[in-house]
Design a protein around this ligand. Structure first.
Ligand code: GRG
Length: 286
């Protein structure tokens, strides 16, 4: 398969759908809508929504019926980045090489734009009610999946741990738990959302969850490795390569990628994209 073309084609579909769905820039009050669109269309790779589409497609679902759910995931991702960059959290002036949302629109508007992106993620899940083929029960399961992912047991809790920097206990365990909550949870939810939409079997969802957990953890370790190699490291933060060295971080990340691929065995040769994506996560440059 042409992996790059697959990514590009799916990214276009996702961007079109997000553009159709998000309030127009001039809708009153325009400043928040400008801030939301600025953050959504600032050059993200769309890995998470592409995963939702790819899984649903793998399980036999028509891609056009998966776009609302995929875009909802991207809106949650963007909300988390806007809030993460705020001066009171990570205080990052740049995101994807461009000034971060609060640098352009101010802290108060960036905070509210993040809130609005999260609310719009839920609105987008609700849009699935317009698709006859999607059962109400499935939409409820999607709500449950997203809520569990954002809640304090996952992203919000991970973000809190990132701020308070727990020091008591086993360092590897502390860091891996934080990464699972902060980063892997949304990657895993993107995958599980595709499986939920396609009404997958328990065996399929178990295998895909394992795949998601492994690539999710590898994704954050690789992100930290790239921070060090590209000299963008936050020296106040404990990270996997910072604690255990670049070599160990690379070895452990590679092990996770292998574990992820092993989980795909039940799909025989149908999961080409997922194998390639696992390799891409480890070898990407950003
Ligand atoms: C109330 C602050 C608050 C929030 C929700 C902020 C938060 C909880 C969670 C965020 C956690 C976070 C920022 C994790 C980092 C994940 C990560 C490695 C992001 C980069 O992902 P890419 O490379 O980004 O897919 P692009 O730019 O391609 O979209």
């Amino acid at each position: 398969m042409d992996f790059k073309k697959y990514l590009d084609d799916k990214k276009k579909l996702i961007d079109q759908e997000l553009d159709l769905f998000l309030p127009m820039e001039d809708a009153d009050p325009s400043i928040i809508h400008k801030a939301m669109r600025y953050s959504v269309f600032s050059g993200g790779k769309r890995i998470r929504p592409i995963l939702t589409l790819a899984i649903a497609e793998l399980l036999g679902m028509d891609i056009k019926n998966t776009l609302h759910t995929a875009c909802s995931i991207e809106l949650i991702h963007t909300f988390s980045l806007v809030h993460d960059d705020l001066p009171s959290i990570d205080n990052d002036d740049f995101r994807r090489g461009k000034p971060s949302c609060h640098k352009v629109y101010g802290e108060a508007i960036a905070l509210l734009a993040g809130d609005a992106l999260l609310v719009n993620a839920y609105k987008m899940i609700l849009k699935n009610t317009e698709i006859k083929k999607i059962k109400k029960k499935t939409i409820l399961s999607l709500f449950e999946e997203m809520t569990r992912c954002v809640d304090t047991e996952n992203m919000l809790g991970g973000q809190v741990k990132d701020i308070i920097q727990e020091k008591i206990g086993d360092k590897k365990e502390i860091l891996c738990n934080l990464y699972k909550q902060k980063t892997a949870a949304l990657i895993c939810a993107s995958i599980r959302a595709g499986a939920i939409l396609a009404e997958s079997t328990k065996r399929e969802i178990k295998a895909l969850t394992k795949y998601g957990e492994c690539i999710g953890l590898a994704f954050q370790i690789t992100d930290d490795i790239l921070d060090i190699m590209q000299d963008q490291r936050n020296k106040n933060k404990i990270t996997y390569p910072g604690e255990f060295g670049l070599k160990t971080a690379k070895i452990d990340s590679e092990k996770l990628i292998k574990e992820a691929k092993d989980a795909l065995k039940i799909f025989n040769n149908k999961a080409d994209f997922l194998y390639e994506l696992a390799d891409y996560i480890f070898s990407r440059q950003r």
